[in-house]
Every structure is written in C-alpha cells, then in structure tokens.
Design a protein around this ligand. Structure first.
Ligand SMILES: C[S@@+](CC[C@H](N)C(=O)[O-])C[C@H]1O[C@@H](n2cnc3c(N)ncnc32)[C@H](O)[C@@H]1O
Length: 354
C-alpha cells in the first residue's frame, strides 16, 4: 500500500494543519490565539485576511462555521483546499497524471518564455508550464485547489527568502558562500517537493460538519456576516519595511490565473511582477480609514484583531476605535519574533472587542 493510499484511510482521524512559509503567518501563534478564542461565545467566524488559512483551520478544528477571505487569489485556493474542502484528496494516479506531458494537449511555454533567469532554471520553468496546465484540466474544484496548494508550497520552498520580490536566481545557482537559506532544498527537483506537499495536504483534510466557505476579494466588499471576525491585516510598522503581499507573492497569483497572466504583468519590472494595485493597508496616511471602515462594517460581530505593539495605528488607537463602536475591549500579549525579522523585544497583541 502506498503512503498516499494509507493517508486516505486516515481521513478525518489524524488530520494535521500544514506548516506555512508566509510572511506574517500565525501558524506558530495558533495555539495561543485558540486559547483566547475559546473564551468567546460564537458559532460562525470570518477570517478576514486569511493568508495561509492557519487561523481559519484552527477555527474549523474548533467546530465553527468558517468563512475565509483574502484579496490574493492564490490564498483563496489555499482556503478552498484546507477550509471549504471536507473530503477530496489526491491519489498516486492523479499525481502521475499531473506531472506528465500528454500528447493530446498543446502546451504553452509562457513561464519558460517570460521568466527566463529570474526565479527558476529553464528546465524548472518548463516543468511549471506543464504542471499548471495539467492542473487546469482537473474538473473537481477541491482537487484542483489541493494541487495548487502543493504547487505554491513547492515554488516557495525553492526560493531564497521564500519570496518573489527580486530577480535573484543567481543567489541559488552561483558558487558563493552563503550564510542563509538551504541550497539542498532549493535544488531539490520540483517533482519531489510536489509529491511531499501532496502528502502533507492529504493529511490535513477533514470535515467539521459545517458549511465552510472561501471568498476572494477586498474585505470591505465581503457580503457575509458572522458572530466573530478575526482580523489579521498587513501591518505597517513605525520603523522598517512593509510586507507588500501582492508584490512579494505575485508569481503564485500568476500561476492561479495562468491563461490571463500575460495581460497582468508589469513588463517594465526586472522580475516581471504583476501590475501594482493600490492598497489602503499599505498606505501610512490612510490606514486609519481602513481600520475605521472595517470596524464600522463589522461592528455587530465580536472583533478579534492580531497586531504588534509597533504598528500604525497604535494598539491604543485601535482600542479607541472599537470603544467608539460600543465594544468592551481587552488585550492579550505574548513575546514573539517572526522568522527573518531583525526586530527584538516585540510583542504580538490580540485586541478583542466584544
Ligand atoms: C498578515 S497576512 C494574514 C496572515 C494569516 N493570518 C496567516 O496566518 O497566514 C495579511 C493578508 O491580508 C491579505 N490582504 C491584503 N489586503 C487585503 C484586503 N483589502 N482584503 C482582504 N485581504 C487582504 C494579504 O493577501 C495577506 O494574505
């Protein structure tokens, strides 16, 4: 019996939240957050900026009906695979179909033609072209989402810093001394990564008996209500650099919309990013309005905000906005250092408005 088939037998028994490699992911904080959420009374919850879905997954484990939302389309596929999906997994046969070239299909070489010498080798780009086009032939939306999840994780694992912010394939391939990253992981064939991640996500699938749902769009446009909303927005630090999600992960969003990727690229950029879009959550002057609009929109729900103690607005300014809308506010804190962050002595904060 293959490992993948054994995993199928374990369905719903030993499911396990997959590890994440994403800026601002709350994966390592999820037990701390769960502890706070357990003290609140609610049946339905929105994860408003769901990213890797690590907190949505925790909410799903808690037996809540979960609605995920993220503006980036690849994160919506992630939510579909992990949160909305209750039973679909990938078999060895399906894996073999996805990694092979099929004679009855006329493959495009878009990634190979567009991203030469930027993120991956020519051979790897060609593998990506094949696999993404095979994934797009899969009819079942949950199987498709799982395959995309495994593809994203494979792509991220092979990237220095796990990002797509620079044309820097040379960091991987040049013969220099490095004091970071893992060349063995970068050089491991896509196929091996992909197989390993399919196994990982197969063992993450479970049913909590609720009708969970993934949405894709700006949170301010979401037309769903819930007893509780969990808010983990891109945060603006008082000093230091912003995490620009669309800019850092554009390649994964491109993969998600392969047929239209060509028309969305900023061809003036060296690293062929997507054409930039304005975001209020990356705008120091207007982020206050972003928070005010969001709190106003969801004022009927319990509001739980993940934050850090060096953000704009400050923790006390956010508490003030919540009180203005009649919320009883309390905060919980924990010392925490994010991977790759140079900042010491920062506190992770949970602001809770009931
Ligand atoms: C700090 S991350 C969330 C991390 C997530 N809680 C996790 O554990 O992985 C912020 C997320 O907000 C998303 N985002 C940015 N602007 C948004 C908007 N206007 N509406 C919805 N999501 C947005 C980004 O794509 C990013 O995934």
């Amino acid at each position: 019996m293959t490992k993948l088939m054994k995993n199928r037998l374990n369905l719903f028994q030993n499911y396990k939240c997959p590890k994440t490699r994403y800026q601002g992911s709350k994966y390592k904080l999820r037990e701390w957050i769960r502890h706070s959420l357990e003290k609140l009374e609610f049946k339905t919850a929105i994860d408003a900026f769901s990213g890797t879905s690590s907190i949505a997954y925790t909410l799903k484990e808690m037996g809540k009906e979960v609605y995920c939302n993220d503006k980036l389309s690849f994160n919506c596929e992630v939510a579909k695979a992990l949160i909305e999906n209750v039973s679909e997994q990938i078999t060895d046969e399906e894996y073999s179909f996805i990694i092979g070239q099929h004679t009855n299909y006329n493959y495009s070489s878009f990634i190979q033609d567009t991203f030469h010498d930027i993120y991956y080798t020519d051979e790897e780009n060609s593998w990506l072209d094949t696999v993404v086009q095979n994934i797009n032939q899969v009819k079942n939306e949950y199987k498709k989402a799982i395959l995309f999840w495994a593809l994203y994780q494979s792509c991220i694992s092979k990237r220095p810093y796990n990002l797509f912010h620079r044309k820097n394939l040379y960091v991987r391939t040049s013969d220099v001394k490095r004091n970071f990253g893992n060349k063995t992981t970068w050089d491991k064939p896509f196929e091996e990564h992909f197989y390993k991640f399919i196994q990982e996500i197969n063992s993450a699938v479970f049913d909590n008996g609720k009708r969970n749902k993934a949405f894709c769009g700006d949170i301010i446009d979401l037309k769903i209500e819930a007893d509780l909303i969990y808010i983990d927005p891109p945060y603006i630090p008082k000093t230091g650099t912003l995490t620009l999600y669309r800019e850092f992960y554009h390649f994964l969003d491109g993969l998600t919309d392969y047929p239209n990727w060509k028309s969305k690229i900023d061809y003036d950029s060296k690293h062929k990013r997507l054409i930039p879009e304005y975001s209020i959550w990356e705008d120091k002057k207007n982020i206050y309005t972003g928070f005010e609009q969001l709190i106003e929109k969801f004022k009927k729900s319990i509001i739980v905000i993940s934050y850090r103690d060096d953000g704009i607005p400050t923790v006390s300014e956010i508490c003030e906005m919540l009180r203005f809308h009649g919320k009883k506010v309390h905060i919980e804190t924990v010392d925490y250092k994010y991977v790759l962050s140079k900042k010491e002595n920062l506190q992770e904060v949970l602001i809770i408005g009931e």
